[in-house]
Write a protein that binds this ligand. Structure first.
Ligand code: PEP
Ligand code: MG
Length: 837
């Protein structure tokens, strides 16, 4: 079969070249040609023709001849897929060289250059087309060319093909076929290419980078790919082209450098042109480009341009500066940065250029990198921090008592747990790098040793954790500073202009609230109050309250907690003045506040002045088989109503105090773990009563909103009913996921990897919202609630609120806002904006 000559297009400014038919490279070359850059004559072969060639079709002889005309008789062939990231077969240079042209080249460019060019092609033809062993054609010194030709003859039983048209045909066909190889398919499909992704090819006349005068090949770009700083960078290799090296081959500096000769010094005019071309390409192609060029005896050719490689921070800098220069509109800049890339910028990161000695992997629970000495207990972490030594807290899993240790550490590593385990949630809240569920490791607390894959690390030895990738590294690592710079803020301000869903923060402490404000959260969507009771001063009072024998005794203990709680809320409201603050009433089972071991029970008995047996009996009585499905949340609120009464009073008193000081807040009180309408009615009656009593006492009026957390499937299904008594609903997707799957959020880490690997779950549903199941409950709940009460506010406050994919879902579901860890607020602002653009 013959291919239609129309399938081969001379790339001229007016030629009909399209990315879908000829690929991105052909299109990009046409743009460079339209800019009048010195691009060697290039032809695009359509994807349809390439596909036919893979099946044996031929290009007409006349067309092939034409590809070699008007030049030095040599061409290169480059892949041109629809998207650059889909890859393609490697470029083949110097197609068309044979004994005759080799002789001519020796006259014009010198024997040595001619040899190097011929050898380079023989090597690549032998390996890529004839599929001979690369080792047989390894580089050598003198006489290598003759040996390579000889080896080819011996292996193939024929002379090296001398007909340029045959060479070209064979190279094109082998490139077309390699596109269909299974590994190439897998690689590009992983980058989002469709199964039948087309490949175009570009045939370009060679600009020779080996020969007399200032001759060589190089690349140039105008920004630093790692930092994003505007700086002219690149390399220039004298007498080198691809794998071919001429005599005197050397890498020179591109720009002026004290250490040695540079292209800028050797060929200042051509260098100035190069810089000008780079600047023009940025404007015309609307992106930072890396330009590939050849200097041939002082004459510059532009061979190609590709998007400059970029780290996350470089991506932000590039997008913002393109928009500031008016090259792209701000909305484009917003669309060009991956939301998850922002979280890298907000934390220390391991320098991507640095070596990594990986000792274990786990779940990337909280981004950022940190180096510190290993400690195995919260106490050791605090001691280490007191000595000024950064430490990594390494635990099987963390418990509420470890919070102080986590505060003292620069990073946290746990053997167990998943995305919503205690360590993960707290670490994200603190902005602390954290890896959980690192199965490969084992911790020997007695020997104070961390073991992993045959290696062991003692307490005090240094490790580095990369919470962005989930990798644990031995020793220290070169870190890049966070980059909360002007570009970062500008990009997010532009994002806010396009965004319609609100973004609030989950904040429990004044520090969290300040972080939330710094990242421009629009209020607090979840303040988990239980964390307020774990500190040294409050825990004993809490325990007294739990051990109270009568409602009266309980009230006495709660009265001591009241001013402390009021103070908590006043601080929070002061920081968040003018914004909504949602406070969730007490949620966990009470036994979490009680000691677990005998020693702790003994101490408790002593402080409460009770016999030890009383204490142990009481703790036993409080213990439950399934505490997460037991007496917690609103169930506790209804059974021991004095706790919620105290909290409601503290909230209202704080609201009054804040209003006195200036701009107040309208507190939003949220009831956790609801599954029935009546629960809401009962709590609402009591909260309203507390408010009425306080209005009476103080003569002051204040407003508040009462809402419900939708965390059980039943609450989602009965959302219509529940909405009638609620000013807002907030989906607690952590518990909702746990209860929808019947899957413990604290234990799922153990088998999550194997479940995801075997495709049972597409993703960890505690990490990315399960749109099919949990998402459907969310849609049903939202619809029913809005039908019953159109004015109702609907939100998500589980950990999914910080995941870009889940945020996009929430936006599509028409939610009013999402609430996430303060350090995820920027990611959420960007992700929500992208979904609205
Ligand atoms: C939830 O369940 O989604 C939630 C936000 O509450 P918590 O994580 O505190 O259970
Ligand atoms: Mg919950």
């Amino acid at each position: 079969r013959m291919i239609d000559p129309k399938d081969i297009v001379d790339i001229t400014p007016s030629a009909g070249i399209s990315t879908a038919i000829h690929g991105w490279r052909a299109k990009c070359l046409q743009r460079l040609i339209r800019m009048d850059l010195p691009v060697p004559r290039s032809h695009a072969i359509s994807a349809a023709a390439v596909r036919s060639m893979a099946q044996g079709a031929m290009l007409p002889q006349g067309t092939l001849d034409a590809l070699f005309s008007n030049g030095n008789g040599l061409v290169s062939i480059r892949p041109s897929a629809v998207m650059p990231e889909w890859g393609g077969p490697g470029t083949v240079l110097n197609v068309g060289i044979n004994d005759e042209r080799h002789r001519q080249l020796a006259k014009t460019r010198g024997q040595d250059a001619a040899d190097a060019i011929y050898l380079g092609f023989v090597q690549s033809y032998a390996v890529n087309v004839a599929r001979l062993d690369p080792d047989m054609f390894a580089d050598g010194s003198e006489g290598t060319l003759a040996r390579a030709l000889e080896t080819y003859r011996n292996e193939m039983d024929e002379d090296f093909p001398q007909d340029p048209v045959r060479q070209l045909t064979e190279v094109l066909r082998s490139m077309a076929r390699s596109w269909d190889a299974p590994t190439a398919r897998l690689l590009r499909q992983a980058k989002g290419a469709p199964e039948d992704a087309p490949l175009g090819l570009v045939v370009q006349q060679m600009a020779l980078a080996i020969g007399p005068g200032i001759t060589g090949s190089g690349t140039v770009q105008m920004i630093d790919s790692v930092t994003g700083a505007p700086i002219l960078m690149g390399r220039f290799k004298g007498q080198m082209q691809g794998r071919s090296r001429g005599q005197g081959a050397e890498t020179l500096y591109l720009t002026r450098d004290e250490r040695g000769p540079s292209l800028e010094d050797l060929a200042p005019d051509a260098f100035a042109d190069l810089v000008r071309f780079c600047e023009a390409a940025r404007v015309r192609l609307r992106d930072e480009m890396q330009i590939e060029f050849v200097m041939s005896d002082g004459e510059l050719s532009i061979l190609d341009a590709v998007r400059t490689q970029r780290s996350s921070r470089a991506a932000v800098n590039i997008a913002v500066s393109l928009a500031r220069d008016g090259i792209i509109p701000p909305e484009d800049a917003v669309m060009r940065v991956e939301p998850r890339a922002l979280s890298e910028l907000m934390h220390y990161q391991i320098d991507p250029r640095a070596p990594r000695d990986i000792i274990a992997r786990g779940i990337d629970a909280s981004p950022g990198a940190a180096t510190g000495k290993i400690v195995f207990t919260a106490t050791a972490a605090q001691a280490s921090a007191a000595r000024g030594e950064p430490c990594i807290l390494v635990r099987r899993e963390t418990v509420p008592e470890d919070i102080r240790g986590m505060h003292a550490a620069v990073g946290v590593l746990t053997e167990r747990g998943g995305m919503t385990s205690h360590a993960a949630v707290i670490a994200r809240g603190l902005g602390l790098p954290c890896i959980v569920g690192a199965h490969g490791i084992s911790i020997d607390p007695r020997a104070r040793e961390l073991r992993s894959g045959g290696r062991s690390f003692r307490e005090g030895e240094e490790i580095t954790i990369d919470g962005t990738s989930g990798e644990v590294l031995a020793g220290s690592a070169q870190l890049l500073e966070p980059a909360l710079d002007d570009s970062f803020n500008q990009l997010l301000d532009w994002a806010d202009e396009s965004r319609d869903m609100g973004v609030r923060a989950n904040a429990d402490t004044p520090e969290d609230a300040r972080t939330a404000r710094m990242f421009k959260a629009q209020g607090i969507g979840l303040c988990r109050t239980e964390h307020m009771f774990f500190d040294e001063m409050r825990l004993p009072i809490m325990r007294e309250m739990i051990f109270a024998n009568s409602p009266e005794d309980r009230r006495v203990a709660l009265e001591r907690l009241l001013p402390i709680q009021r103070q908590d809320f006043t601080e929070l409201f002061d920081i968040m003045a003018g914004m909504p603050v949602t406070i969730r009433l007490f949620d966990p089972p009470l036994h979490e506040f009680l000691p677990q071991d005998r020693e702790g029970m003994r101490e408790l008995a002593e402080s409460l002045d009770l016999p030890l047996s009383d204490v142990t009996r009481r703790i036993e009585a409080l213990s439950e088989f399934n505490p997460m499905l037991g007496m917690r949340g609103v169930r506790l609120g209804i059974t021991v109503p004095e706790i919620y009464d105290m909290q409601a009073r503290a909230i209202f008193e704080a609201a009054i105090a804040t209003a006195n000081a200036g701009e107040g807040v309208v507190p939003e009180i949220m009831i956790p773990l609801v599954s029935a309408r009546r629960e809401v009615e009962i709590v609402k009656t009591r909260v309203d009563a507390v408010a009425a009593a306080l209005r009476n006492e103080t003569g002051r009026d204040f407003t508040y909103r009462l809402g419900v957390m939708v965390e059980t499937p039943r609450a989602a299904l009965r959302a219509g009913d529940i909405a009638r008594h609620s000013a807002f609903l907030s989906f607690g997707t952590n518990d909702l996921t746990q209860m929808t799957y019947g899957l413990s959020r604290d234990d799922a880490g153990r088998f999550m990897n194997s479940y995801v690997q075997q495709g049972v779950y597409a993703e960890d549903p505690f990490h990315i919202l399960d749109e099919d199941g949990v998402g459907e409950l969310l849609l049903i709940g939202t619809q029913r609630a809005r039908e019953a009460q159109p004015e109702i506010t609907i939100a998500v406050c589980g950990e999914h609120g910080g995941n870009p994919q889940s945020i996009a879902f929430c936006q599509r579901a028409g939610l009013d806002y999402i609430s996430c860890s303060p350090f995820r607020v920027p990611v959420a602002r960007l992700a929500a904006a992208q979904e609205s653009i």
